[in-house]
Design a protein around this ligand. Structure first.
Ligand code: PEP
Length: 259
């Protein structure tokens, strides 16, 4: 089954509103007349909450998807510092990243809270990029598959097959995020194939054929083509390289080349 590739830039806590608008202008300029946003892959950016509106404005008229980096599970209430799905939807946000390893590592997110966020986002009509992945310690102990299976089962608990159509998975080995270390093509492909098999086992074969699984972890122009050519890698979730227009456009072009 042909799956449309996705190149998604996670800006993390980078880019003020004016800097974000400038990055979109740079992306458009780097693409020239043939805007990267019109290429074969779906192209997405995930700015900080306060930068979203400026990026939406700068991206008007292009198919660039502008998403958010997290969402709370409650509709509203006493949750200082959090943002609800309704708030995102009202400002035209369609996609949200959930379960990024930095949220798990630094902000106490667990599979249980990730699952609550996933369910609330889907119920509100948002599309979710759900991040999963093992730490270096877990890989060295040989428990990568067990960790991934637990994350898939917990994070997607009570998600229906129909709702799964609105989920994109991102396999992000924690040891490869922001470290410059990338999983080899073979290491990444092996885990992606395992994740697809899990979706087949716990949801359905058609679901497994349809779901897009992105790789994240120091993806950059120099290693993208090999990773994106793997049969179970459907795109990339990109941190550092998404902050430089030339690198991000090179990744979009690499994804176009392997479509
Ligand atoms: C990420 O934050 O999801 C990520 C993959 O970061 P980097 O590309 O910088 O490793």
């Amino acid at each position: 089954m042909a799956r449309k590739k996705v190149i998604a830039g996670n800006w993390k806590m980078n880019m003020t509103a004016s800097e974000g608008a400038q990055l979109i202008a740079d992306l458009k300029a780097t693409c020239g007349g043939n805007c990267c946003c019109c290429c074969a892959p779906e192209v997405m950016v995930f700015p900080p909450f306060t930068t979203i509106a400026a990026v939406q404005e700068a991206a008007k008229g292009t198919p660039l998807v502008v998403g958010a980096q997290n969402v709370h599970w409650a509709a509203n209430g006493a949750f200082t510092g959090e943002i609800s799905a309704k708030m995102l939807v009202e400002m035209g946000v369609t996609h949200v990243i959930i379960g990024h390893s930095e949220r798990r590592q630094y902000f106490g997110e667990t599979d249980e809270t990730v699952n609550q966020r996933v369910k609330a986002a889907l119920a509100a009509g948002l599309k979710v990029i759900l991040c999963i992945g093992e730490t270096l310690e877990e890989r060295e102990k040989g428990v990568t598959e067990a960790v991934i299976e637990k994350q898939v089962l917990w994070d997607l608990a009570d998600v229906s097959m129909e709702q799964l159509d609105n989920v994109i998975l991102a396999y992000e080995p924690v040891w490869a995020i922001g470290t410059g270390k990338t999983a080899t093509n073979e290491q990444a492909q092996a885990v992606h194939a395992f994740i697809r098999a899990l979706i087949e086992k716990h949801f359905c074969p058609v679901c497994a054929g349809k779901i897009r699984i992105l790789y994240g972890g120091s993806m950059k122009p120099a290693n993208a083509e090999g990773l994106l050519a793997q049969p179970d890698i459907d795109g990339g979730l990109i941190g550092g390289a998404a902050l430089k227009a030339a690198d991000f456009v090179a990744l979009v072009k690499a994804a176009s080349a392997t479509c």
